[in-house]
Design a protein around this ligand. Sequence first.
Ligand SMILES: *Cc1c(COP(=O)(O)O)cnc(C)c1O
Length: 359
Amino acid sequence: MKYDITITKTAHPKERPADESKLGFGSIFTDHMFLMDYQAEKGWHNARILPFGPLPIHPASTVLHYGAEVFEGMKAYRAADGTIRLFRPMENIRRLNNSAERLCLPELDEEGCMDILKTLVELEKDWIPHSEGTSLYIRPFLFGNDPHLGVHAVHNAVFAVICSPVGAYYAEGLNPVKIAIESEDVRAVRGGTGYAKCGGNYAASLRAGERAERRGYTQVLWLDGVERKYIEEVGAMNVMFKINGKIVTPALTGSVLPGITRKSCVELLRDWGYEVEERLISVTELFDAVESGALEEAWGTGTAAVVSPIGHLFYQGKEYTISGNKIGPLTQKLYDQLTGIQWGRLEDPRGWSVVVCNG
Ligand SMILES: *Cc1c(COP(=O)(O)O)cnc(C)c1O
């Protein structure tokens, strides 16, 4: 093993949630967490699993002042055959390293990181809920932790992983969401950190999110930061449109987060014979397609929801209804295929579903 992991088990295991229908998202945590330290002279060291609890942090720590933080979001699934599985975990590890590189944070050994994830998930496997659609959400995160205020690439960092049992995203079936297109704030610009999964991108997006919520919309659809004309992505999801039988999704221009669900959908759609165009798509083109009836389906893609049908789009004072506010057949097919692979119910010819251990 690349990182030698010391395990200290908790002497006080917590009561596990009895009612899996009330799990929600990200507020309950398992018994243990993973921590590892980095120093420029020593590299990554002191890999350890220990009882879940607060992190002591220096008040001058880089992350608190300059936002040096990157993270990942993935899930462990209790599969149909009784095994515990991850979905394309190496994609998350590579993206974490790409994000770290952008923020001048130290990168991790890929295989070493995989061992860390598998070791923690196996230790916490009894926390993975059993009900349909539930899973264990895994949150790896990496931050700069130098105890002084000078602004420069970090010499000290921490890599941590915490786990949270989460409920089924769609308790009542796949309901279309209402999305507001944001014309004022921008999330990211080319050359910035848009392609990195970093906390700072979220900090910059909160205001528009709040504004959308006050108007009754669940998430924001971002436009490009320069012309405010081209569609980028939705909140924590990438976005896809079916227009005249073809699939159009914004190209990864640097300001868009390269979603693993997005990538998986593109691969599936091409396998199914669809033409997928990764290109710029303007709001004008989109609303022309809505008005002419050429827009057949619109959906978001991300680990939390898998796919999320878009039923309404708000833009500059007007609300547009998409696909009669119903989930489209292709959106449903993608959802069924991806969740089928994730929970081990369907054939997985690409080897996306990775077995960690027996349940
Ligand atoms: C994580 C994330 C996504 C979705 O990525 P997945 O790998 O599919 O979960 C999309 N947009 C943003 C901004 C994200 O942070």
